[in-house]
Design a protein around this ligand. Structure first.
Ligand code: PLP
Length: 385
């Protein structure tokens, strides 16, 4: 086996493009100098279309969870009532962060594998006018569900004055996102998923409505005070030392996205989703989510007649192919295929055909090539269209 070839098909961290890896090796520069200002000048405007916003998108050193916590400490006042929509492990994390800050936390739990039905929130918000912020997850990475944020935004803003905070960590930059049009008040994402970078950067943006709350919020905060970053941004600088090597990489990621075209990036992810799902359907292996709820960035598979852990182990040992397992109560129950960021249709075909070998090796009787052929068909059909 080629020991330096790692086929990383988990929902983050995701593979790094070679040109991005190389860019990150750039010579270190001073963070108060002209080079950093020019770097930020190149980066900042190009983040806006990815978020679908006219607002500033702020890159900050920290993992995605730091961004979630930043949203909580800036958008929620001490003692506020909040609602967290929990569709899986990452919605659950939002409740943990809120609980850490002594808020009144209401949660709506949706069975794992399903998306939230926005009409359910309608009556809930009417009955709970005290709720000031609603937290939702765009792509619930633990189940491969893409929640309907556009209709959720509509329902929330028609039935309450609450702000909508969205965790977009595992899909923004891979899935079309329209923060302004959809009524998202704070959107957060991270670097190691669809952004094709190592972990260590998070990105956050806020609406005018949210900024009003943030500016006047007495909540204690320092490193994660959004006001500090806004002030520095006016001068195209950062309050603290930015993660410069990651910004070198980000500059090149944005070049790659420009070269491919942002819409083509989104289309590629939809294609990867359809190819992956078609393969498992052809092999008669159940998927956790419906087609309607499926995320373009990660697919969860729920086998009934083989052990997903055994499959993952054999793929790792034979091909150095990593798939993800399930989280919390889905541990051992499902496996997840990441197809986000630096992942092409060719990569998807490789993953699928290796999974077919793995299935044979663990004794699941399948017709070799059946899943691959179904994925190939999806590819060919979309090319003809
Ligand atoms: C990965 C992920 C996070 C957490 O990001 P970290 O970088 O590990 O802190 C948060 N939300 C979602 C939906 C994710 O997929």
């Amino acid at each position: 086996m080629l020991t330096d070839q790692h086929l990383l098909r988990i929902p983050g961290p995701s593979p790094i493009p070679p040109s991005v890896q190389q860019a990150m090796n750039g010579t270190m520069i001073g963070h108060r100098g002209k080079e950093t200002k020019e770097l930020l000048q190149r980066i900042l405007p190009r983040l806006k279309p990815i978020f679908g916003t006219k607002q500033d998108v702020i890159p900050i050193a920290g993992s995605g969870t730091a961004g979630l916590e930043m949203a909580v400490t800036n958008a929620v006042r001490p003692g506020d009532h909040v609602l967290v929509i929990v569709t899986g492990a990452f919605g659950d994390r939002f409740t943990k962060i809120c609980n850490a800050y002594d808020l009144h936390v209401n949660r709506i739990d949706v069975p794992w594998g399903e998306a939230i039905d926005p009409s359910y929130i309608e009556s809930y918000l009417q009955e709970h006018p005290e709720i000031s912020v609603v937290f939702a997850t765009f792509c619930e990475t633990s189940t491969g569900v893409l929640n309907p944020i556009p209709s959720l935004g509509k329902v929330i803003h028609q039935n309450s004055n609450a702000l909508l905070v969205v965790d977009g960590v595992s899909c923004v930059a891979g899935v079309e996102t329209k923060m302004d049009d959809w009524g998202i008040d704070i959107l957060i994402t991270g670097s190691q998923k669809a952004f094709m970078l190592p972990a260590g950067l998070m990105f956050i943006s806020a609406s005018d409505r949210a900024w009003e709350v943030i500016e006047n919020n007495p909540h204690h905060r320092f490193y994660l005070d959004m006001r500090t970053y806004k002030k520095s941004l006016a001068d195209i600088s950062t309050p603290f030392t930015p993660a410069l090597s990651l910004l070198f990489g980000l500059d090149q990621v944005l070049n790659l996205i420009d070269q491919e075209g942002l819409n083509n990036v989104f289309k590629r992810h939809l294609l990867l989703r359809d190819m992956t799902r078609a393969a498992f359907k052809a092999l008669d292996i159940p998927l956790l989510t419906t087609d309607e709820a499926a995320s373009p960035t990660v697919t969860a598979v729920q086998p009934t007649d083989f052990d997903s852990e055994e499959l993952r182990q054999i793929l790792k040992s034979q091909f150095n192919l990593s798939l993800a397992g399930g989280q919390q109560h889905l541990k051992g129950n499902i496996f997840r295929v990441g197809h986000m960021g630096y992942c092409s249709p060719a990569d998807a075909l490789q993953t699928i055909s290796l999974i077919e070998i793995g299935l044979q090796l663990i004794g699941k009787n399948i017709e070799l090539g059946k899943g691959t052929a179904a994925a190939q068909q999806i590819y060919i059909q979309q090319e003809v269209k």
